[in-house]
Design a binder for this molecule. Structure first.
Ligand code: NAD
Length: 497
């Protein structure tokens, strides 16, 4: 690993030096077969943090060889043993929370306090699925005709390819690895090339917790399709679980169709944040901050469209803009920082292009709206008032600290606007009328709905979307089912002579 000589404190440098830089294949960290590497950067200043081995297609196949070789014995491992490995991993991640948080801040940019929040959230999947591992129930019943018997059991799907995005470097890995381990699957994990350091450190933590060689293999790479292509075509792979953008998800689903693979797809979102006229506006502003600004807006659950009843829109927007405008932007390692940089220059430029187009179409920036000069990829918290309903910014995932506000006239109008999207992941409703909240929840096409709550992610809840936000659920009791297959055994009448 090369560590940037400048700008890194000695603590940061020694932590970076402790992160494995190789590929994890069959329990060993090794170089890429062609010796190739790629650099990981700090988005707050563009400096190189580390240089990692870059997996080739041959390395990816070697990782699947290891996963395939480990699958049969791992499937037979006692559920309690799998549970205890996960529980130890939870303890280790918790003990190493400061290191995980700092690594995420360095490679992804989020403020340290938020990174610590992600460590708690991410670790929780390890604890939750350690508890689920021993609670996988089958069933035994008599056929309706009354003679034969039906036995239903769950089995691990088999070797899985897990592909994760850059925005939640720990939680997106634990949300897939933990249920796969609990269900008895082996796996090949491909982290995002922008933020692989946390996943590398997490994989070592899983080994420290006693995970046997070959169960978890990690192939960080500068060529995502070079890794996924040969694996999706290999009949030994049985499942792909992907979290990322909808366009990449579509391509992976098409590739996965060739071998009729099981797929879990956690894709993009375009969350509406609906404020009804009877909402508590203090709570709505607080929830809006959480739903918009978690991860600098770089979250699939980020509130992307603020739909506010026309009678309270001016007051809500003014209060929201005042709080947004007071946030402190800076490097995530600094104690005062509340908003870190975006992940790279193109992310920042894309956000600004959406803001500029909205302003050209008639919106007003009440705060922010102009890019911040470098170094680093900073964009100021921005609130846009009077955004026209057909503005591009209301259709696309913004993935930045920008809140477009638009208005509606009644409940039916709010529902129609909320559903006018090909996405259906998270949504947020603010009202004091519980019947209204339930009525609207029943009519909006979203996998997740927050009632007067700006943060809804939880390891015990089924996370996932409808429409083009994806297929399958992560977390909850549903999470382990994604890695299990159902086998039915038909038993002839045991009383028959
Ligand atoms: P992305 O689709 O660009 O990349 C996601 C992962 O896929 C990365 O590991 C990347 O290297 C890999 N990848 C890219 N092209 C690939 C290809 N052709 N073949 C195989 N793998 C490929 O997404 P991103 O920019 O890393 O993440 C942001 C997106 O992720 C947003 O759309 C966000 O909404 C979504 N996301 C969804 C959830 C969810 O749970 N629904 C959670 C977090 C992020």
């Amino acid at each position: 690993m090369s560590v940037s000589p400048v700008d890194l404190s000695s603590h940061e440098a020694s932590l970076l030096a402790s992160v494995p830089t190789g590929l994890l294949i069959g329990g060993q960290w090794r170089d890429a077969s062609d010796g190739g590497t790629f650099d990981v950067h700090d988005p707050s200043n563009g400096e190189v943090l580390a240089t990692l081995a870059s997996a080739t297609s041959a390395d990816a196949v070697a990782a699947l060889d290891a996963a395939d070789a480990a699958q049969a014995s791992w499937a037979r491992t006692a559920p309690r043993e799998r549970a205890e490995i996960l529980r130890r991993a939870f303890d280790f991640v918790t003990e190493r929370a400061d290191d995980f948080a700092l690594l995420m801040t360095l490679e992804m940019g989020k403020p340290l306090a938020e990174a610590r929040g992600e460590v708690s959230y991410g670790a929780e999947f390890l604890r939750w699925f350690s508890e689920e591992a021993v609670r996988d129930y089958g069933r035994y019943l008599t056929t309706p005709e009354g003679k034969n018997k039906i036995l239903v059991q769950h089995k691990p799907v088999g070797p899985c390819l897990l592909i994760t995005p850059w925005n939640f470097p720990l939680a997106m890995a634990t949300r897939k690895v933990a249920p796969a381990v609990a269900a008895g699957c082996t796996m090949v994990l491909k982290p995002a090339k922008l933020t692989p350091l946390t996943a590398q450190y997490f994989a070592q933590t899983m080994l420290d917790a006693g995970l046997p060689p070959g169960v978890l293999n990690v192939v960080s790479s500068s060529s995502a399709s070079g890794v996924s292509g040969p694996l999706l075509a290999d009949p030994r792979l049985r499942k792909v679980s992907f979290t990322g953008s909808t366009p990449v998800g579509r391509r992976l689903m098409a590739d996965a169709a060739q071998n009729v693979l099981r797929t879990s797809m956690e894709l993009g979102g375009n969350a509406p944040f609906i404020v009804f006229e009877d909402a508590d506006l203090d709570k709505a502003v607080e929830g809006a901050m959480a739903a918009k600004m978690r991860n600098m807006g770089e979250a699939c659950t980020a509130a992307n469209r603020f739909l506010v009843h026309a009678s309270v829109a001016a007051e809500f927007t003014a209060r929201f803009a005042a709080v947004m405008g007071a946030l402190v932007t800076g490097r995530g390692t600094e104690a005062a920082t509340q908003v870190g940089p975006l992940i790279d220059a193109s992310a920042r430029d894309d956000v600004h292009a959406l803001v500029s187009a909205a302003v050209d179409a008639g919106a007003t920036a009440l705060t922010g709206g102009k890019p911040v000069d470098g170094p680093g990829y900073f964009y100021p918290p921005t609130v846009l008032a009077d955004v026209p309903n057909d503005a591009e910014i209301l259709r696309q995932e913004i993935f930045g600290p920008v809140a477009p506000v638009t208005t509606f006239v009644d409940e039916a109008d709010a529902i129609r606007l909320a559903n006018a999207s090909e996405y259906g992941l998270a949504s947020y409703l603010y009202s004091k009328d519980f019947n209204r909240l339930l009525r609207v929840a029943e009519q909006i096409e979203f996998g997740m709905v927050g009632f007067n709550a700006g943060v809804i992610s939880n390891a015990a809840a089924p996370f996932g979307g409808v429409k083009q936000s994806g297929l399958g659920r992560e977390g909850g009791s549903e999470g382990i089912a994604e890695y299990s297959t159902t086998q039915y055994i038909g038993i002839a009448d045991p009383y028959a002579a």
